[in-house]
Design a protein around this ligand. Structure first.
Ligand code: COA
Length: 698
């Protein structure tokens, strides 16, 4: 093996075979330094008559995780990946890629430019660029289609789904799989090719699978994806290139692919998705320090939230004690859990064995003392300060002194809850989102007294559950509900002022939200929303209080569960209801509001400006640590369109000065409108963005 050094590319020669090892931890991304080293190594190997073949491999257990995403958006620095790929295409000695763990994006394209590919059986190969709003730009669409056919190219390139080594071999993407050292296997492969004096393969002649690419294949595929791709740019560009691979020459399509790649790379969606990629990886970063061992979980409350949280843990191999006050409640909770697993099995999302094993990890009980030996107990009882304080006080007497008590409250003051126990430093918020076994977001709410090791532990547990843990301070509504509350009020004002609520929901959906605000409220239940509001009277915002929700509640219209809320329902399907319009009209005239019409752009402008302003207040009040954390919360917990990057990303891309001007104009026109946050004022005055070190400004 090559000698260890800090160089990004190390070389070694074994029996005439030059091993070129790429090293750029942690994922060997193809940074400029790595590309320069690789180009030099290839030139040397080409020029050296004693080198008969080259094996290209990655250091550690990785081949290459892709282009270096941090370099996107900057001018290309030579040698580019295209130049390296061209060099490989013209290489007159066999080059074999030795792929361990993963070859992704530009890494797989690099491997495609080698003559042959040998992979370890654990390896995964994929072109996930679409997940970043991009597409393969170094031949990926063309070579995958030629090697494995257009059907598989469409499937994998538009979803970003990788294939495992066995599948890759069956598809024709690679030439051999090994269960031993992949570099040694690649050297042996090279030796065999030299011995048999094998001709170097060329893509020009690999056309046998292209006939599968009929118009019907493409039309049917695109029709089937219309909903999933709503608003997205790059999937259609990928389809165009895969289609072109079947109908046009390779040279022509390689140029067309570069052009399409440039269009994707320059799109606002790519910027938004790349920012989210890094935001997701930096979420929940805590100071270094020990975490507490968590082996067993207790959950108090077997309702929808408690059951979902139990499944989230059980699916990740934690034993769970699920407790509720009476037998009927626990039976209902377990029946719901059982039917959720059954439906996962029926839909093919889980095997019967996995589902049974998970279910068996949940022990139902009506005795609170059964959680006494658990290391972490999460209360998920009724959203009521006294009820929750009562449970926390009881847990305090039962649990060992080190055990963590977490509350799943979505709105209540963590410090007041913590003060019900004799160990407020062990109390923390774990705000899951429903359904808790599915939704990725976990708000970890740090109370004023929560100790750092408790916060670290809960963040680490969130990661083990596959969640994105975002740390929030103990402010009103934490991060997500604070913003929801702010924009909910703005949209309520809009419907009182003349926008139809159907239009508001449609404008939100057109913008890319999973659903409109009023559809969401009907799903959550207007009774639940009312109860939450009553619990947080001390946090009521100043200004006019929007009345429509209360009027509907007074009529017993709680949403989907009562067959009527803002909408009227048959099953889950909501229809417009003239009665709702009548109520809104009445509320407007009672308050002397002159109604006018709004276009969708104004609705979205107001929505975005108010969200960004609320986000700025969270930063100012140190409830959120960064703008990107706020974006993660809104994208992963509140249906904000991922490809728009989140409200803070959107605001910055639109210009914070524009957002501030809008907020000022709204506030000038109507005294009930939110006042612009002073942080936003300062950043705009200084010409800075969110990422400025705003904490120093205070
Ligand atoms: N460019 C730059 N940095 C990258 C990167 C890339 N292509 N891929 C990963 N990283 C960084 C991450 O930001 C993270 O940095 P951090 O430790 O400073 O937070 C680090 O590498 C580890 O990444 P992570 O995702 O946490 O590791 P993992 O082992 O869970 O997953 C991958 C590894 C490669 C599967 C995953 O990082 C990934 O999917 N990367 C993107 C692949 C891609 O889209 N390639 C195509 C780009 S054109």
């Amino acid at each position: 093996m090559p000698e260890q050094s800090s160089l990004p590319v190390r070389v070694d020669t074994v029996d005439g075979i030059r091993i070129v090892e790429l090293s750029n931890p942690p994922v060997n991304a193809l940074s400029h330094a790595l590309r320069a080293g690789l180009m030099a190594a290839l030139e040397q190997a080409k020029a050296d008559p004693s080198v008969e073949a080259v094996v290209l491999t990655g250091a550690g257990d990785t081949f290459v995780g892709g282009a270096d995403i941090r370099e996107f958006g900057r001018p290309y620095q030579e040698p580019t990946l295209w130049q390296i790929d061209d060099m490989l295409l013209a290489f007159d000695k066999p080059v074999i890629a030795a792929i361990d763990s993963f070859a992704l994006g530009g890494g797989l394209e690099l491997a495609f430019h080698c003559h042959w590919r040998v992979a370890h059986e654990r390896a995964r190969l994929g072109l996930p660029e679409v997940l970043l709003g991009l597409m393969p730009g170094a031949g990926g669409t063309q070579y995958w289609t030629r090697l494995a056919g257009p059907r598989s190219a469409l499937d994998h390139l538009t979803s970003g789904k990788p294939v495992d080594a066995k599948n890759a071999l069956e598809l024709g993407l690679i030439d051999a799989v090994t269960d031993s050292d992949v570099c040694e296997a690649a050297v042996a492969f090279a030796r065999a090719k030299l011995t048999e004096n094998a001709a170097l393969p060329s893509y020009d002649s690999r056309t046998e699978k292209l006939a599968e690419g009929t118009d019907d294949l493409f039309d049917t595929f695109v029709r089937g994806q219309e909903r999933a791709w709503r608003g997205l740019f790059s999937p259609l560009k990928i389809v165009e290139c895969v289609k072109g691979a079947c109908t046009s020459s390779l040279d022509e399509m390689l140029l067309a692919e570069r052009d399409a790649f440039a269009q994707c790379a320059g799109s606002p969606q790519a910027r938004a998705l790349m920012d989210l990629f890094f935001a997701e990886r930096s979420a929940g970063k805590t100071d270094d320090g020990p975490t507490l061992p968590i082996r067993s979980i207790g959950i108090v409350g077997a309702g929808t939230m408690g059951g979902g949280i139990a499944m989230a843990f059980a699916n990740n191999r934690f034993p769970v004690v699920l407790v509720d006050a009476d037998q009927a409640a626990i039976d209902r909770g377990m029946a719901h859990i059982r039917s959720t697993y059954e439906s996962a099995v029926t839909k093919g999302r889980m095997s019967q064995t996995t589902a049974e094993a998970a279910l068996n990890r949940i022990t139902p009980t009506t005795t609170l003392a059964d959680v006494a030996s658990c290391d972490l107990v999460i209360e998920a009882v009724f959203e009521d300060m006294d009820v929750k304080r009562g449970v926390i006080a009881k847990l305090d007497t039962l649990l060992s002194q080190d055990a963590i008590i977490a509350t799943n409250t979505s709105t209540l003051d963590i410090d007041r809850l913590a003060s019900a126990s004799s160990r407020p430093d062990r109390v923390v918020g774990m705000h899951f989102f429903s359904p808790a076994h599915v939704m990725k977001l976990l708000e970890v709410v740090r109370g004023g007294t929560s100790s750092p090791d408790v916060v670290r532990t809960v963040v680490a547990i969130g990661k083990k559950l596959g969640k994105i843990p975002v740390i929030a301070g103990n402010g009103e509504g934490f991060i997500g509900n604070y913003i929801l509350d702010a924009y909910g009020r703005e949209l309520d004002y809009l419907i009182e002022e003349g926008a139809s609520l159907w239009q508001v929901d449609a404008a939100m959906r057109d913008f890319g939200f999973a659903m409109g605000l009023y559809e969401m409220r009907d799903m959550a239940g207007l009774d639940v929303i009312r109860r939450v509001r009553e619990q947080r009277r001390e946090w009521e915002r100043p200004g006019r209080y929007p009345l429509v929700a209360d009027r509907l509640w007074e009529l017993g219209r709680y949403g989907q569960k009562t067959g009527a809320g803002y909408y009227i329902y048959e099953g889950r399907k909501g229809a417009r209801d003239p009665l709702t319009e009548k109520i809104i009209d009445e509320v407007s005239s009672e308050q002397g509001i002159v109604r006018r019409s709004f276009d969708n752009q104004e609705i979205i402008d107001r929505l975005m400006a108010v969200m960004a302003n609320a986000g700025a207040q969270l930063l100012e009040n140190r409830v959120a640590a960064s703008a990107s954390d706020i974006d993660l919360v809104m994208v992963h917990g509140y249906g904000f369109p991922r490809y728009r990057g989140g409200p803070m990303h959107w605001a910055e891309a639109s210009g914070l000065d524009t957002i501030l001007a809008q907020l000022r104009a709204y506030a000038a026109a109507d005294g009930d409108r939110p006042v612009p946050s002073s942080l936003l004022e300062t950043l705009v005055a200084d010409g800075r963005g969110w990422s400025a070190d705003w904490q120093k400004l205070q």
